[in-house]
Write a protein that binds this ligand. Sequence first.
Ligand SMILES: O=S(=O)(CCO)c1ccc(-c2ccc(C3CCCC3)c([C@@H]3C[C@@H]3c3ccccn3)c2)cc1
Length: 235
Amino acid sequence: NRKHRLAYDVERVVQEHLTYVREEISDGWDLIHQEGEMKVYRREVEENGIVVDPLKIFHSIKGVTGHEICHYFWDYRYRMEWETTLDSTKIIEVLEPDTVIFFQMHKRVWPAAQRDSCFWSHIRCISNSEEDQPTWLVVNYTTPHHLAPIKSPHVRLVANVALICETIINEPPLNIQDIKRENIECKLTYVAFVNPGGWVPSAALRSVAKREYPRFLKRFTSYVLEQTRDKPILF
Ligand SMILES: O=S(=O)(CCO)c1ccc(-c2ccc(C3CCCC3)c([C@@H]3C[C@@H]3c3ccccn3)c2)cc1
């Protein structure tokens, strides 16, 4: 039986991401940016002349767990502290404790019209059978909502975004409570399928994406490091 009206959609999209995240970077993906452990790949795709380039970022961050990364990404309370490309974000519906619906106003990227987005956002822990750490993930997926009417001149973004995290414990000490932050590492995969929802100059959008995604992920992961530095590890 269904937990809420979007439960089937959430399940389907989560399973899709779990299937594709393991897919090796095949040909057709260009490495467009590399910075330390961060590798940013993009495929150039246009639909009806609109740039909808899929984006895939691999990154590993020492000193935090996948649970901590997903917690700070999903929880709206922190969003405006790390998201510099938003004018506003608000929860418009809580479907269940780990699934909410957000409405966001994105900062205008001249000369394009201002974008807004409405998506369900779901956080989940997937504990695999082996003893190693579970996988944590967050999915943000566009959904219509009566409290998020599309109002001109704003253009509704269409987004399917996932942040999938594994936690690695390097040189595990004998008992788990002795694990220190220098023993842990989060390996994350961030995928974003963003359709700007209306025409944007291709070159402009590609250069904005190339600049903004690495910046956004770097700022977000630095924010989590600083928030968790002196807190007990959240596995
Ligand atoms: O990871 S999330 O779910 C975090 C929750 O907020 C997410 C991240 C990014 C976006 C996003 C929204 C708008 C735009 C463009 C489209 C036309 C004009 C603005 C872009 C383009 C790719 C460039 C971009 C990339 C990163 C950050 C901002 N800008 C991306 C949406 C959701």
